[in-house]
Design a protein around this ligand. Structure first.
Ligand code: FAD
Length: 293
């Protein structure tokens, strides 16, 4: 054992946030609340709840966020997208959030209605782009607004410069934080950060970290979302398709390795895609020194 191994305690305490998705069934609801109950004592900066285009998903997001406001002391952030609704409808949802005490929105364009990878067509009468949505929300109320960032370029963007230009426009419209799509190679994040800083973007760009619960699913999603999956990651999960217990141990090791490297290179804020499961994220936070008071 190396007695000189650097202590995580030497780093400044880091700030974490957690992302959940709205549950579809009673069982999923129970899982979500178990996860929130386990992670809440870590005092996250905020917890966010994703949003889908259909009316029922919309209501489930609202119900989940409203319950977080009622039953916890954590600040919620509600995701909101431009897809499948007119401006009036989106504004109505945003006003309802404000009335329920929600002050933070994660404002996104949203995936095409045909699903990730399909062609995006703005909804007639709706906000066409995330840039318009951010401006519209700011006109309604003084929401805190977080937006997305893509270290490997959004799949529909022609260039990195186009993406950075869009990010700047979202900031000009009122966004004060960006969360990245997940990535596995930290150099990709730092290269993006450097480009963004050179382009004059100075808001926090918080790395989105995912613990790979199911490698095949993650790899499929990553392909559509334009996030690369390195060969070394595939190799680590090789031969484990029927061995979820070992996969989980590997997932924890991979995530720990990633966040330690980010931490050692100066990152102090982390956003975890929890997939509504607490254990891996809780363990990684513990390693980072983020502990219940
Ligand atoms: P944007 O930054 O809006 O970019 C999307 C594309 O539009 C880019 O090619 C960009 O160049 C172009 N563009 C942007 N503005 C303009 C403009 N004014 N004029 C012309 N072109 C423009 N999806 C959901 O459905 N629900 C969620 O809850 C959700 N949460 C997410 C959370 C995070 C942290 C991230 C990274 C993604 C999330 N997504 C979610 C996925 C996201 O909606 C999709 O990736 C979508 O395809 C892009 O929306 P965006 O706001 O992330 O991208």
């Amino acid at each position: 054992m190396d007695a000189n191994r650097p202590s995580r305690k030497r780093h400044k305490p880091c700030q974490v946030s957690f992302e959940f998705f709205p549950p579809k069934t009673d069982d999923m609801e129970a899982n979500l609340w178990e996860a929130i109950g386990r992670l809440a004592p870590l005092k996250p900066k905020f917890v966010s709840v994703t949003y889908g285009a259909g009316g029922s998903t919309r209501e489930r997001t609202h119900a989940t966020v409203a319950r977080i406001v009622r039953e916890t002391n954590i600040a919620p952030a509600a995701h909101l997208t431009c897809v499948g609704a007119t401006r009036e409808e989106v504004d109505e949802v945003a006003r309802a959030y404000w009335e329920a005490g929600v002050r933070h929105i994660v404002a996104l364009r949203g995936d095409p209605q045909g699903g990730l990878g399909g062609e995006y067509t703005p909804t007639p009468g709706g906000y066409a782009h995330s840039t318009d949505l951010v401006a519209g929300l700011k006109r309604l109320h003084d929401f805190e607004i977080t937006v997305s960032a893509y270290c490997e370029k959004h799949p529909e963007s022609a260039s990195y410069d186009q993406d950075l230009d869009v990010l700047k426009r979202k900031i000009d419209a009122g966004a004060t934080r960006a969360i990245t799509q997940f990535f596995f190679d930290n150099d990709i994040y730092f290269r993006f950060l450097e480009k963004a800083r050179k382009a004059g973007i100075d808001i926090p760009i918080v790395p989105g970290v995912t613990a790979v619960q199911n490698f095949k699913q993650t790899a499929n999603f990553a392909k559509k979302a334009g996030a690369s999956v390195p060969d070394w990651l595939a190799e680590r999960f090789e031969g484990l398709d029927d061995d979820p217990a070992t996969r989980r141990l590997i997932a924890a090791a991979v995530a720990a390795e990633q966040v330690f490297d980010l931490l050692d290179r100066g990152v102090e804020q982390f956003h975890f895609y929890t997939m509504n499961r607490a254990d891996l994220v809780f363990a990684v936070c513990h390693l980072l020194g983020v502990r219940a008071a």
